[in-house]
Design a protein around this ligand. Structure first.
Ligand code: NAD
Length: 519
């Protein structure tokens, strides 16, 4: 067993019904550098989505435990904020190394709790690791500004300082990457942290805590609490928490943004999406169809940057039969099976919602060209599997277009011109990502200029920026001022301090007080 899990031999009160002879490992809290068993009375079962077997039980942290976590972070801030920037940079170097060495362990945990395939789970870790690598450049990123001799013998310095205790609330779909978007950027700037991972797959975040400890991070610098709404409300309301990073659904994101902001906190909130891929008839057909299929069905469509809507322009619509044939070839299986292209979705409830949205499309007049609802996966009959599904003749008024499906479902539309495609996308409330497939530079340029979406791919289906840039989803997909990671991420976790200083040689005394505004 891992440090963050213990096998309970006595049954505690929790909401599922357990066979008497069985119990599952509990997930611990991480407070002040120690993995501690919660005293919670309410627990949440985490299931392997491929089998629906219980993997672990996650506590709904008690008020006292959450208070202890903030207290530990507050105490640690006193010394951590004063450590040299080189010390914090060294921690990132070590963390980077240790995460790399533990890639397989992290990926296995992700596949077990979240369901994605092993290569995709490794990608989840790698994309987070890149943020840690970027944090290693903190000595350049956190440079301030100086203007000497702003007046006679007077100099101005502006530099960034940490905020204090910050908090992160993460979704289920990237159990390693999204925690790694948050706490490394915060602590490298000198903040301390309280993390609330998704209650549906907290394992990877807990392994990251083990690795952080092994890397030499002082006690209390990062702490982990578990739970759902009460933990979220605690974070939004606690007077000692200065900033909140949230990634997840619209409903939770808007709520946390509003509640946190109302309490005077800095909040960045990345939310849902409906990403469109525009297929021009001049695109490279082979490449485009493969890219589209990978981006629509990879991770069983549970990526906020999945291309869930394809807009075929003009004659490109002739490629639909080919798209279906290729999609049928994808292998649906448990994520750890070597040939799996896509694994299960997170829960039976998620599967039910996905199936309902597919049916709503059919009921509203769309055509179901490929139906993955009744897929059977041998050996994993109890898993939450949905096979690749393609709906066509979808219109913007349909529910399957308006709502985020978050499953392996590609809705397709056919339009006459690029202008029509741009109009549809710009009218959609979300602005997370979009892509165009074309061999014409002028078409690509027009698209990138006229489209009102924060992250654009040109012949790139999932344009998630590398961390020297930032994750710049916009409109309905983001609330806040500073985006995640990159320069914006460091801005989020720091505030400016500006010092005006006068050092004059000789006699500086004045004969009388100057009462006019100094200029
Ligand atoms: P979710 O909103 O259900 O959960 C996210 C976090 O919020 C969890 O820690 C959860 O405990 C908490 N939470 C859930 N409901 C809440 C509520 N009503 N009030 C307060 N807190 C609540 O999201 P999810 O299902 O875990 O993740 C999938 C969603 O996340 C999708 O909509 C996806 O598009 C989005 N997402 C967005 C990005 C992005 O960068 N834009 C990245 C990944 C995922």
């Amino acid at each position: 067993l891992n440090c963050h899990r213990t096998l309970c031999l006595t049954l505690k009160q929790h909401r599922s019904v357990w066979p008497r002879f069985m119990s599952a490992a509990t997930t611990k809290l991480f407070i002040n550098g120690k993995f501690v068993e919660s005293h919670a009375t309410d627990w949440i079962d985490v299931h392997n989505p491929a089998t629906n077997e219980v993997v672990t039980r996650v506590p709904k942290s008690t008020q006292a435990e959450m208070e202890k976590a903030v207290e530990a972070a507050k105490e640690a801030f006193k010394s951590w904020s004063k450590t040299s920037i080189l010390t914090r940079q060294q921690l990132m170097f070590r963390l980077q190394n240790i995460i790399k060495a533990n890639m397989k362990r992290l990926a296995d945990s992700i596949t077990t709790e979240q369901g994605k395939t092993t290569p995709d789970a490794e990608g989840d870790v790698l994309r987070g690791l890149q943020v840690v690598e970027h944090c290693c450049s903190v000595t350049s990123l956190q440079l301030g500004e100086t203007l000497p001799s702003i007046s006679k013998d007077m100099d101005l310095h502006s530099y960034r300082v940490p905020l204090g205790v910050c908090a992160g609330i993460t979704p289920f779909n990237f159990p390693a990457m999204i925690p790694l978007w948050m706490f490394p950027a915060a602590i490298v700037c000198g903040n301390t942290y309280v993390m609330k991972p998704s209650e549906r797959d907290p394992g990877a975040a807990m392994i990251l805590m083990e690795l952080l400890k092994e890397a030499g991070c002082p006690d209390g610098v990062v702490n982990v609490i578990h739970g759902q709404h009460e933990a979220v409300n605690f974070i939004c309301d606690h007077p000692d928490i200065r900033a909140i990073s949230f990634v997840g659904s619209d409903q939770a994101g808007k709520y946390i943004y509003e509640r946190g902001s109302r309490n005077g906190k800095r909040v960045q909130s990345n939310m849902g999406a409906k990403n469109h891929g525009v297929i021009m008839p001049d695109a490279n057909k082979e490449n485009t169809l493969n890219q589209l299929i990978g981006a629509a069905f990879g991770a069983a469509g549970q990526r906020c940057m999945a291309l869930s809507t394809a807009v075929f322009v003009g004659e490109a619509k002739q490629w639909l039969p080919d798209l279906i044939e290729r999609s049928k070839k994808l292998k649906v299986n448990a994520g750890h099976e070597p040939e799996a292209d896509l694994g299960p979705v997170i829960s039976p409830a998620a599967k039910q919602k996905i199936c309902e949205l597919i049916q709503s499309g059919v009921d509203e007049g769309a055509q179901l060209l490929l139906d993955g609802r009744n897929i059977k996966v041998p050996k994993y009959e109890k898993g939450n599997f949905v096979g690749p599904t393609v709906l066509t003749n979808v219109t913007p008024a349909m529910r399957c277009y308006k709502e985020e499906i978050f499953g392996p479902v590609l809705v397709t539309m056919c339009v006459d011109t690029l202008d029509d495609a741009i109009q549809i996308i710009n009218q959609n409330p979300y602005g997370n990502g979009t892509a165009i497939f074309t061999t014409n530079g002028a078409t690509a340029r027009k698209f990138t200029q006229e489209i009102d979406v924060g992250q654009i791919g040109v012949n790139v289906p999932i344009p998630v920026p590398l961390p020297m840039f930032s994750f710049t989803g916009s409109r309905g997909s983001f609330m806040g001022d500073s985006n995640f990671y990159g320069k914006a991420g460091l801005n989020f976790y720091t505030q400016w301090k500006t010092v005006t200083q006068l050092w004059r040689e000789g006699d500086v005394s004045h004969s009388r007080a100057a009462v006019a505004m100094p200029v």
